[in-house]
Design a protein around this ligand. Structure first.
Ligand SMILES: [Ca+2]
Length: 326
């Protein structure tokens, strides 16, 4: 069977690293490129983080492209307290002096358009960061979305609960205009793994311990980057997530990736139009579900609601058993 071609658009924080590893290990997936965007860290850090993940998995052949370093509108001030200032928990000391040479010369947005045009209706795009590169892609090539096989997004919210602000989820809040453009103009089949979806399908901290204590380089890498990160500490209760959903280990981006790799991981979803709020003092960046079609939109997306947590956990476990034996 032909492998599923996947482009990963990422702001490579710790959960992105997890999601990328999940794609790399999946036997039915070919990662045709990784495109970088600002978000969990500044763009330079994101690029280096992706290279580190590929190196740990001994998959340096996957091309990495540099994309947008800031939002379409307004200044960007990503919080630095979640996955550290570098996005990977501020524990990696050694820096590859030649990392810039390992990044492709072609811009991420051009690469996305080229790869998808060369493989029409065959590429799944998995977006794990702010949607700036995707918004630029549809501006440069309005036919880009219809050339995709499908689109998977980690982002937005479905219950009005926010993590980075009162009502907005991080990826959408970092660039609300781009999130708006993508959800209005990408008329391809779209699956949304919202913040609440991942939080409602969390795993136990006992599972997390088992996950990172596996005997493989990728597991040891994950253990290192989560070692000093409060987001991966079960002691760091009293955050919004635990307050809303109870304590759990939640690897956000991995939920969108799992849906792409194996559709049967998703057991329930809602099909409806959605829109992103761009104005407002408390709801900027919030996604709303229009279940009664008041917005009169012609396009609906699939908002994921329930996950086969056991199957998802299995994908996580396998993703850290890398590099694969040759
Ligand atoms: Ca991310």
């Amino acid at each position: 069977m032909a492998k599923k071609k996947v482009i990963i658009d990422t702001d490579c924080g710790i959960d992105d690293a997890q999601a990328i590893m999940m794609a790399l290990v999946a036997p039915n997936v070919e990662v045709v490129g990784v495109t970088c965007v600002f978000g969990n860290g500044p763009l330079d850090n994101v690029c280096q983080n992706v290279l580190r993940v590929l190196s740990v998995c001994e998959r340096e052949g996957v091309p990495v492209f540099r994309g947008s370093g800031s939002a379409l509108v307004g200044a960007t001030h990503p919080p630095t307290d979640h996955f550290g200032t570098d996005g990977l928990g501020d524990v990696i000391k050694e820096k590859d002096p030649k990392w810039e040479e390992k990044i492709q010369k072609e811009h991420a947005v051009s690469a996305m358009i080229r790869l998808v045009t060369e493989n029409q209706n065959q590429v799944s795009l998995v977006a794990l960061g702010p949607l700036t590169n995707l918004a630029l892609a549809v501006r440069l090539d309005p036919s880009f979305p219809q050339k995709l096989k499908d689109l998977y997004i980690m982002g937005g919210n479905m219950e009005g609960k926010g993590n980075v602000s009162l009502c907005a989820e991080f990826n959408f809040a970092m660039d609300p205009e781009s999130a708006y453009i993508v959800l209005e103009e990408y008329l391809c089949t779209t699956y949304l793994a919202s913040w609440e979806y991942s939080c409602r399908n969390g795993l136990t901290w006992e599972f997390f311990e088992e996950l990172i204590n596996q005997d493989a380089p990728a597991a040891r890498f994950m253990q290192t980057i989560t070692s000093k990160c409060w987001a991966y500490s079960k002691k760091a209760m009293k955050n919004k997530r635990d307050l809303y959903f109870g304590p759990a280990f939640v690897s956000y981006d991995a939920y969108a990736m799992a849906a792409c790799i194996d559709g049967s991981v998703v057991t329930e979803k809602i099909e409806c139009p959605v829109r992103v709020e761009m104005q407002g003092s408390i709801a900027r960046g919030m996604m709303v579900l229009d279940r009664t079609n008041e917005l009169k939109k012609s396009h609906s997306v699939f908002v994921l609601t329930k996950c086969d947590v056991a199957k998802f956990g299995q994908l996580l476990m396998e993703s850290l058993r890398q590099p694969l034996k040759k």
